[in-house]
Design a protein around this ligand. Structure first.
Ligand code: DAH
Length: 344
């Protein structure tokens, strides 16, 4: 019986050793240590043994049981540790792998241009002002010396909301609004960027909605030479220090005298090319000395105060500066166009 038990022990230990999965181990445990296993079987036959043999065999049987159980537990711990190792290795995260890039937006070209112009004028001591896009007929026209029925109103086909309300056709009403709002009638030095609306059919150079930047400087003794100096600085800073400006006589009801400003063509340097249509000059903006009637209507005494004003289109400036050939590119939101102007 002793040999039988020892043989069983060897056999069981060999199977434990050979087991490679938890299931196989469990099968060995059931086969050798279970109620129907061979060791239980041996113990059952102990009744036939002599009184001296019984405790010896009993002890041996228990030792064999214990050895097999220990071997199974040890093997089990080994298999579990191995499985954990394997799982950890499989699930390892490679932190050195580069991440997927996140798409980052940037300012629209028009926003950049407007901000650039704002910075420039802030540097010259101008404040930034705003006004409503839904404007009254009074501020859009009348306060700018364009009374009802004035033929100059034909210059701007407007989107009317009621007889007295419309989408502003220019940022010039902010001139009158700013001056009107100042109780003490102190000097004004401001620019106003914003959206404006006209009943134009959209094409490469027209848009029913576009942006403008208005400028106004009112003080004692403001002269045309001040206007020229500010515009010259603006042109050189925006388009290059070697640009020249020229002022041509023009007409706007809210300025007298009125001018249009050209800059020398940077493509041909003034010689004449297709960009400047052979003239050597490119029209940039309208300007002039604030009409005395406009000052008066806003509560400023034109004998004491004078001023200059100007109005420009950031789209046109961006088109010239970056060679954009169609104003519609600013509004159709084609990322291929917009991305070209994102600075990192
Ligand atoms: N408001 C004019 C326009 O939309 C532009 C303009 C011209 C504004 C002369 C001015 C100015 O302030 O002095 O065509």
């Amino acid at each position: 019986m002793k040999e039988q038990l020892q043989a069983l022990e060897q056999e069981a230990l060999a199977k434990v050793e050979a087991a490679s999965t938890l299931q196989e181990l469990q099968d060995v445990r059931v086969a050798y240590l279970g109620k129907k296993g061979p060791i239980t079987e041996v113990l059952r036959g102990m009744g036939k043994l002599s009184a001296e043999e019984r405790p010896v065999i009993g002890e041996l049987a228990n030792t064999v049981r214990g050895n097999i159980a220990n071997a199974i537990d040890e093997k089990k711990a080994g298999i579990e540790a191995e499985q954990l190792e394997k799982q950890l290795a499989e699930e390892q995260i490679d932190v050195t792998l580069p991440g997927r890039p996140v798409a980052v937006g940037g300012p629209h070209l028009l926003t950049s241009i407007v901000e650039e112009i704002e910075d420039l004028f802030i540097g010259l001591g101008f404040e930034i002002k705003e006004g409503p896009e839904v404007e009254t007929d009074y501020y859009n026209f009348e306060a700018l010396n364009l009374p009802k029925g004035h033929p100059a109103r034909d210059m701007q086909d407007s989107f009317y909301i009621t007889e007295e309300l419309l989408l502003r056709t220019h940022t010039s009403p902010v001139q009158a609004r700013t001056m009107n709002a100042l109780e003490d009638k102190r000097p004004v030095k401001m620019i106003c960027p914003g959206k404006v609306y006209r009943r134009d059919t959209d094409d490469a150079t027209h848009s029913h909605q576009f942006t403008q930047i208005e400028g106004l400087y009112v003080d004692k003794n403001v002269r045309m030479s001040d206007l020229k100096g500010v515009l010259d600085r603006f042109a050189k800073q925006m388009f290059g220090e070697d640009r020249e400006i020229r002022l041509r006589p023009s007409f706007f009801p809210f300025t007298e005298p009125s001018v249009e400003m050209d800059i020398s063509c940077k493509v041909c340097n003034g010689k004449g090319c297709s960009v400047c249509k052979g003239t050597g000059w490119i029209e940039i903006l309208g300007a002039g000395m604030v009409h005395p009637r406009v000052l008066e209507m806003a509560g400023y005494d034109p004998k004491e105060y004078s001023g200059f004003a100007f109005g420009m289109g950031p789209e046109r400036i961006a088109m010239l500066k970056y060679g954009v050939d169609d104003i519609r590119h600013f509004y159709t939101n084609d990322l291929r166009f917009l991305k070209q102007y994102h600075q990192a």
